[in-house]
Design a protein around this ligand. Structure first.
Ligand SMILES: N=CN[C@@H](CCC(=O)O)C(=O)O
Ligand SMILES: [Mn+2]
Ligand SMILES: [Mn+2]
Length: 317
């Protein structure tokens, strides 16, 4: 079910109304999904939330990620606005998963992501459990049609290649790769002890490219891998599963990572990938406000989102 964007989430400190004093809450505009503004710049970002943790529940994880979209917006709202002046940001509200109907809500998210892409927006999807990625993918593929190849970069401790009779937050890449032979998968930040041997075997069988967490930290090599991947596919989408990040910085996730990536490494990745011309859209998933420590995880999510948005117009590694 679709819910309109809430203006009252976009509030915060006001240092002034001159351009140099603005914060995000003073620049973000709320629109219903069926009344989107025409893009008057090439850099319009559209935020859409996915209030859903049914996939986490089915995956026997710790629920609460459904509360993340609005929580992350609150932290994002107060951050200073550092984008180029002609960059617009709109908030188009949330898709809510009701009565455990994960598949229906993923389809609905996909419809809206497709619509945003048709309207020349760059969708930023706030999950939700990592099942968010499946709806994100549906939208990107529907927009592209069957022909173009699509690379998915997943910054994650986990492969999410589980074999299950139903969709969960751990099955999305298996679901996608089984039906879409024009998709390639690059996983960054894989934890040896976050995945069974069987999952590693599945990753090999599906010809996935992956880097362990300690490999990703060697950033120059990682960038070469990203460059090769990006050149191989017509278009790319990017997903960040927040449990990729070290548990000290991201305690509010269902499956925390004791050897997770440093936040600064993830920032480098986002800054770099955001500049790729063939990147269509981004989702940030698995933040769980119910497990968070004093908003630490949601705050980091907001900072990383702000970095990604800024890097789309101004790149520094
Ligand atoms: N989204 C994916 N989640 C992990 C959870 C692992 C765990 O709970 O330990 C997975 O399914 O592999
Ligand atoms: Mn994960
Ligand atoms: Mn995941």
């Amino acid at each position: 079910m679709y819910r309109n964007a809430k203006e009252n989430l976009w509030v915060g400190r006001k240092d002034g109304v001159d351009k140099a004093s603005l914060r995000l809450h003073q620049r973000v505009q709320c629109y219903p999904i069926d009344h989107l503004p025409l893009s008057d710049t090439e850099k319009e970002i559209a935020i859409i939330g996915f209030q859903c943790d049914e996939g986490v529940k089915r995956n026997k994880g710790r629920i609460g990620a459904g509360k993340a979209p609005d929580e992350i917006r609150k932290y994002l709202a107060n951050l200073p606005y550092h984008l180029e002046e002609d960059s617009n940001i709109i908030d188009v509200g949330n898709v809510v998963c009701e009565d455990g109907n994960l598949e229906e809500s993923q389809r609905e998210l996909g419809l809206y992501v497709r619509e945003l892409l048709y309207q020349s927006k760059f969708p930023i999807i706030l999950g939700g459990g990592h099942e968010t990625l499946f709806g994100h993918y549906l939208g990107a593929r529907a927009f592209l049609g069957d022909e173009p190849s699509l690379g998915i970069i997943n910054i994650d401790a986990h492969f999410d290649l589980r074999v299950e009779p139903f969709a969960t937050s751990g099955t999305m890449f298996k679901q996608i790769l089984d039906k879409d032979h024009q998709v390639g998968y690059l996983a960054l930040g894989i934890q040896r002890f976050g995945n069974t041997k069987k999952l590693f075997e599945t990753a090999e069988a599906y010809h996935c490219t992956y880097l362990y967490e300690e490999e990703v930290e060697k950033i120059e090599q990682t960038i070469q891998v990203i460059d090769r991947f990006s050149q191989t596919y017509d278009y790319m989408i990017l997903t960040l599963c927040f449990d990729a990040i070290h548990l000290n910085a991201a305690p509010g996730v269902s499956a925390p990572s004791p050897f997770g990536l440093e936040p600064k490494t993830v920032r480098k990745l986002l800054r770099y990938i955001a500049k790729k011309e063939n990147l269509l859209s981004f989702d940030l998933s698995e933040v769980n406000p119910q497990l968070d420590e004093n908003g630490k995880t949601a705050r980091l999510a907001a900072y990383l989102l702000a970095e990604l948005m800024m890097s789309m117009s101004d790149y520094k590694l």
